[in-house]
Design a protein around this ligand. Structure first.
Ligand SMILES: *[C@@H]1O[C@H](CO)[C@@H](O)[C@H](O)[C@H]1NC(C)=O
Ligand SMILES: *[C@@H]1O[C@H](CO)[C@@H](O)[C@H](O)[C@H]1NC(C)=O
Length: 408
């Protein structure tokens, strides 16, 4: 009898060790199996997720949080470090936000903050359910509008890798990077309606060493927008459209903006966007600098304004249009930009009268416009670019109209 018990307990010990080994190996802190999450679209994922995060973050060895396939509701999540060891989130399911814009007190839905050695992947979806927010329902007070949540915030992450995730229908920007160092976003998809307001795909500010590779971004506002203090950003193999294109700026809107430098945008395809590649700074307003910015191997398809520097940016006349921008732009190149435009002003380089652009290069620009509004033209102001290679239309050959068409 005693022997039998011994056998049973040995077997169960072995079984226990085996199962523990499997769990350790798969590394999974499964929010459903271990933390009581339910993929029923109504049970709030907030507590299970933050409990899983707490355990993962306190672990002395690398930990993985698993959100299995299924559809979850999440009211809000702030997932903060510092953590003891590398941490990974495997998102396989779809996480949905509350549809009501008033359910949010701050301009965020999911935030990862102060995490080092962070990884996220899994093919899952962050669904901001923004349809009601786009109609500005319950958004009569202006300050409330400004608190519409950003789908995913990456704040102060160091050494991070984000792969194979989708963000859709965010109520505001889809992904926002602030104060990050060495972060790569690879194969990220963004989906929002063409007419959804302020739904920038990826916004980067005050971050150093950001790589955005093979993203596919279809939205209502900027595909990628790049704010002040961005350094060493590499954007490669991104497709954009619909939306407003890839934009540096707007710059000069606020006091004490940090220098922006070392940006390369290459091998991107822009389809049916309002702009292709653009740098914009406000007319008048505050000082700033942006330099070492290179756009290379860009294909445009039916893009309204493919190549643009606009230092008279002044949406809704919220500035003094007759004043010159105080942002100084230098070392900028546009190389091998080709394709078709939806409007005739295909190259528009309007620099500041106070700080003319320095060291600008236009090389191999070949953009055609075949609509009814006359031939394709290239306009330049307060800039003397170095011109090389093929230039179609002839570089800087057209006169600049006294009131250039405002861009959005
Ligand atoms: C940058 O982050 C990645 C993780 O995404 C890491 O593998 C790499 O070592 C980091 N590079 C540096 C210079 O720390
Ligand atoms: C080109 O873009 C314009 C304006 O964005 C749009 O109205 C038009 O349908 C597009 N044309 C084609 C052929 O896609």
């Amino acid at each position: 009898m005693a022997k039998k018990i011994n056998v049973v307990s040995t077997v169960s010990t072995i079984l226990f060790l085996f199962l523990s080994a499997v769990e350790a190996q798969s590394g999974a802190l499964d929010v459903v199996a271990k933390f009581g999450a339910k993929a029923d679209e109504k049970t709030d994922l907030s507590k299970p997720l933050s409990d899983a995060w707490k355990e993962a973050c306190a672990s002395a060895t690398p930990a993985t949080i698993l959100i299995p396939k299924g559809v979850y509701l999440l009211s809000q999540a702030t997932l903060e470090g510092p953590c003891k060891a590398p941490i990974e989130v495997q998102l396989q399911g779809t996480i949905k936000a509350p549809t009501d814009p008033q359910a949010f007190k701050e301009a965020k839905w999911i935030e990862f903050n102060k995490v080092e050695n962070f990884k996220m992947s899994g093919g899952g979806v962050f669904d901001g359910q923004g349809t009601r927010a786009y109609k500005r329902e319950g958004c009569d007070k202006k300050d409330f509008c400004s608190a519409l949540p950003i789908n995913i915030r990456f704040d102060f992450l160091t050494n991070a890798m984000i792969q194979d995730i989708t963000t859709r229908d965010s109520k505001q920007f889809h992904i926002n990077l602030l104060g990050c160092k060495n972060i790569t976003l690879e194969r990220v998809s963004v989906r929002a309606p063409q007419d959804s307001p302020n739904t920038d795909g990826i916004h980067i500010g005050r971050s150093d060493g950001v790589n955005i590779i093979d993203a596919d971004i279809r939205t209502g506002d900027d595909c990628i927008s790049i704010g002040d203090g961005t350094k060493h950003l590499d954007v490669k193999g991104v497709t954009c459209g619909p939306g407003h294109g890839i934009s540096i700026g707007s710059l000069g809107k606020f006091e004490n903006e940090e220098p922006l430098e070392g940006i390369t945008i290459s091998k991107c395809v822009m389809s049916d966007t309002t702009n292709g590649v653009r740098i914009k700074s406000w007319a008048g307003e505050f000082p700033g600098t942006a330099s070492d910015i290179h756009f290379e191997d860009i294909t445009v398809k039916n893009v309204s304004c493919p190549v643009i520097i606009d230092q008279k940016y002044c949406p809704s006349n919220k500035c003094k249009m007759n004043e010159e921008s105080n942002v100084k732009l230098s070392k900028i190149s546009f190389k091998n930009i080709h394709g078709t435009a939806a409007l005739p002003e295909v190259v528009k380089i309007i620099c500041s009268g106070r700080f003319p652009c320095e060291d600008v290069e236009l090389a191999d620009i070949d953009i055609t416009y075949s609509g009814p509004k006359g031939p394709a033209v290239s306009e330049c102001k307060n800039v003397k670019p170095k011109i090389t290679g093929k230039q179609n239309p002839p570089a800087c050959a057209a006169p600049v109209p006294p009131n250039p068409t405002p861009t959005v």
